[in-house]
Every structure is written in C-alpha cells, then in structure tokens.
Design a protein around this ligand. Sequence first.
Ligand SMILES: Nc1ncnc2c1ncn2[C@@H]1O[C@H](COP(=O)(O)OP(=O)(O)OP(=O)(O)O)[C@@H](O)[C@H]1O
Length: 305
Amino acid sequence: MDFVPNAETILSRFDDLIAKLEADSAKEKRGIQAARRKAQQELRKQERETAEREQVLHVEGLVKHYGDTVAVDGIDLAVESGTIFGIVGPNGAGKTTTLSMVTGLLRPDAGTVTVHGANVWKDPAAAKRQMGVLPDRLRLFDRLTGNQLLYYAGVLRGLPPATVRERMAQLSTTFGLDDALTRLAADYSAGMTKKLALAAALIHSPRLLVLDEPFESVDPVSAASIIEVLKRYVAAGGTVVLSSHSMDLIERMCDSVAIIVDGSVLASGTVDEVRGDGSLEEKFVELAGGRNVVEGLEWLHSFSD
Ligand SMILES: Nc1ncnc2c1ncn2[C@@H]1O[C@H](COP(=O)(O)OP(=O)(O)OP(=O)(O)O)[C@@H](O)[C@H]1O
C-alpha cells in the first residue's frame, strides 16, 4: 500500500521548503549586495581617478600682497582638461598676478598651484614642462629675429631642430607672420609681438596653455585664426586658461569662466551658469560694482583754444 502523507506532514514539508527558499534567497541577496558594494567601490575609484586626471590645473587659497595692497585674496580655481577657461575682471582685479603665480613667475604668499599633479612651487621643472605661457607685458629678446626667437623657444624645450623648423613654418603661416620672421622682434608691432610670443608658447605642444590677454592688440582676422588654433588644440585634449577684457570672445570660445573682482572670485562655472539670464557683460558690470557715474568733466566740453 502506498504511503500517503497526512496533511500535517505536507504542511511541515511546505514550511521546510519555504524556510529553505528564504535561506537561499537571503544568501543570494547577501551575494548580490556584496557584488553591488564591490561595483560601487570600483565606480568611486574610477570617479576619483577621472576627477584627478581631468583636473589639469588646481589652484587653492592663492594669496599675494604688495605692501598694503591685497592683489589676490584667496583664489581657488579648478580647470578640466580639454576646456578653455576664461578669467575676466576689471583693471587691477588681480588677473595677471594670479596667472603669474599659476605659471611660476611670481611666488605666492600663500596657496598651492598644481599642474597635472605637479606642484608649481615644489616641483617647478615638472610643472613648467607641461605649460606654454604667454605672460602679460612680455619682454622678448628684441635683438633677435622672429625666426631666431621661435627656434630658441623650440630647442630650449628639447625639440629636435628639424621638428622646430617644421613647426615654425606652420605656426608663422597660421598667424600671418611669414614675411616678418626675418625681421628683428624690436621692429614688430604690438599685435605681431603678441602672435610671435603665442607661437613660441605653442611650439612644444604643452598640455596646458596659460595666456594673459592673448587678443590684446590683435586684429580680428588674426584673432579668428588664434581661436581656431585654440579650439582644435582643446578638441585634441589640450587645456587653455586665458584672461581677456573681451566678453564677446570669452562667451564665444570659453567653456568656463571666473569673474575676479578685488582679488577674489565672485562667480565661476560654465559660461551659461555665470551669465544666468543676461549676458556675461551684464553679469560682469553687476559684480564689478556698476559703471562709474561721469561727473565733473564739464571743462572737457569747452575747448581751450
Ligand atoms: N609689482 C607690483 N607692485 C605693486 N603693486 C602691484 C604690482 N603688480 C600688481 N600690483 C597691484 O596689484 C593689483 C592687481 O594687479 P593685476 O596686474 O594683477 O591686475 P589685472 O587684473 O591683471 O589688471 P588689468 O586688467 O589692468 O591688466 C593692482 O592693484 C596693482 O596695482
């Protein structure tokens, strides 16, 4: 006779089965949770690495005093690779002082600057190797010709002479300097000097370009060529930090912007974030304290002769 389990036995088997399923699923759940934790750790690690890799320039707490004048008052900046970062601000705001400290030309009173992880003041050789710099009020060796200046800029950066000559030819054509290269730098116009210095800053194809007012004195056609060169450079992974008084150029070419007033960053972010609903110029005027009221110049309206 076949054994027929009674209802109690059947219930008890169901309970066993449910308990087993619950134990299995708890075990499975623990396994899945552990796998998720591992994936999350991996993701955080990747995010950290990406953030470190992408931050080409990191400026923290930069300060510079000239006697009683506080030129730079605790500036922080973070610039990602493959972007153009614009610095704007009124005259005397501290832009040149900031960029001079970023490039290792001026020692800060406080703060740190790192370029691709290299501290500009602790490991200047490693940091400067990665930078191309167009300083403000630049002085060229003006008894040299344009050709000689570009050649020395290239070989001093360790490039083979043949490579330097090839790049010189391409840069001078791009910047419209072909006819000027045999002339002494002393005889260059302000705009030509700027373009020659920019070519010298680019010749070793640095990872980071720091350009203090690259468009000052430059004609619109040359400015368009410079913008084109810079855009292609960042598309290939290069990074540009530049200062300018042209809000139009900054809006057209920059990914991010910082507005500096009285040595402090009053706004920074993407160009869209900073300008909000208005134009960048409106935001600039608002943060810089508005336009000066012109009074007391009536004498200028009556002529002395
Ligand atoms: N070598 C110096 N000695 C004394 N004061 C200085 C020196 N260099 C700059 N300053 C002062 O530091 C402040 C910031 O000057 P900085 O040249 O950085 O301004 P900026 O934003 O580049 O101005 P601009 O748009 O006119 O070029 C100004 O008050 C300036 O007078």
